[in-house]
Design a protein around this ligand. Structure first.
Ligand code: A3P
Length: 332
């Protein structure tokens, strides 16, 4: 299977990638546009090919679907803690010793995270994970294979979005620290210009969000659509909604015993960002994506863009949001 994955990928690299529009990448040297979205040929694009050709969904699979910097780390922690709340004590919880990213696979790079020679083991290991399997992906909804998105698959998706101004600033600040020093410098002006044109990892950002939003309206039992800002403002409401959606509603007894509050506290920015496991060391997503664990925790606030973007930049992004989201019922 691994051999056939590598063959499929080589064929794409040879026949498809050279024909695609190319742009300077944020994280990588180049990104290519495939079916309307900007992907890294050696990472996200490769991941999408793997999913299409080799991923076997189970009806119990749960996917956390986000754009980069919308709060993926937080969502992972919340899903894991909610699903597994009867399996662990809060005082002796895996989240305290394993960072959120170590708890369940990031599908886009999972099978080649240790290099192409390890693909076979990684593909097999996906099949041995206990149900319900939890996954994350940044891929747009339309890039997921039909076998996963079809209603008949039974798979469920939790999408978390965030105000694009905070996404842009959060991403640019991470890149300032993590981007390879061999790549040319990438100023905030460069990032802003690129973001507004839609040239963003897995972007255009607005199109990515809209796909999940529209699908969530059509199939609310299949996709739960959440906003970072809502989670921040009313965590109790949205964590309960998350539990309902995941088919594990909180019992009256759990609510009385403060289990929802415990989960919120365990997964809070303050708690997670102060744990040794999230402060030290590196998280390796692929041979090319190795980042400081601490880079997933910066400020964790709503509206920090005000400290970086000019009024003019903010207006420009708001205008794009108005235009792109017009008539959709979604606002930032
Ligand atoms: P900021 O850079 O604005 O602080 P992702 O996990 O998708 O990479 O997103 C990272 C962003 O989510 C960062 O935003 C980070 O600080 C914030 N974040 C990480 N953990 C969080 C948590 N438990 N609660 C709220 N925000 C969190």
């Amino acid at each position: 299977e691994s051999i056939s994955f590598q063959k499929t990928y080589e064929k794409y690299m040879r026949d498809i990638i050279p024909t695609l529009p190319k742009e300077r990448g944020w994280w990588f040297e180049t990104i290519v546009q495939f079916n309307g979205f900007w992907l890294s040929p050696t990472n996200s694009f490769k991941g999408a090919i793997f999913l299409h050709h080799h991923f076997r969904p189970r009806p119990t699979d749960i996917f956390a679907c986000t754009s980069m910097k919308t709060g993926t780390t937080w969502l992972k922690a919340l899903i894991f803690a909610t699903i597994n709340r009867t399996n662990f004590e809060f005082s002796n919880h895996p989240l305290l010793t394993t960072g959120p990213h170590g708890l369940f696979p990031f599908l886009d790079t999972y099978i080649f995270r240790n290099g192409d020679d390890d693909c076979q083991d990684s593909i097999s290991s996906l099949d041995t994970l206990p149900s319900p399997r939890l996954f994350t992906t940044h891929l747009p909804y339309s890039s997921l294979p039909d076998s996963v998105t079809a209603s008949s698959s039974g798979c469920r998706f939790v999408c978390l979005c965030r105000n694009p101004k905070d996404v842009l600033v959060s991403m640019w600040l991470v890149l300032k620290k993590s981007r390879s020093k061999e790549l040319p410098s990438f100023s905030l002006d460069d990032a802003f210009e690129s973001f507004c044109r839609g040239v963003f990892q897995y972007g255009p950002y607005w199109d990515h969000v809209l796909e999940y939003w529209k699908e969530s309206l059509e199939s609310p039992n299949k996709i739960l659509f959440l906003k970072y800002e809502d989670l921040k403002n009313e965590p109790l409401v949205y964590v309960k909604r998350l539990a309902d959606f995941l088919g594990k509603p909180f019992s009256a007894e759990e609510e009385t015993n403060g289990v929802v509050e415990e989960i919120i506290r365990l997964c809070s920015f303050e708690n997670l960002s102060n744990l040794e496991v999230n402060k030290d060391g590196m998280e390796k997503f692929s041979p090319e994506i190795i980042v400081n664990k601490s880079s997933f925790f910066r400020k964790g606030q709503v509206g920090d863009w005000k400290n970086y973007l000019t009024e003019e930049m903010a207006k420009c992004i708001d205008q794009i949001s108005d235009d792109k989201l017009y008539g959709s019922g979604l606002t930032f």
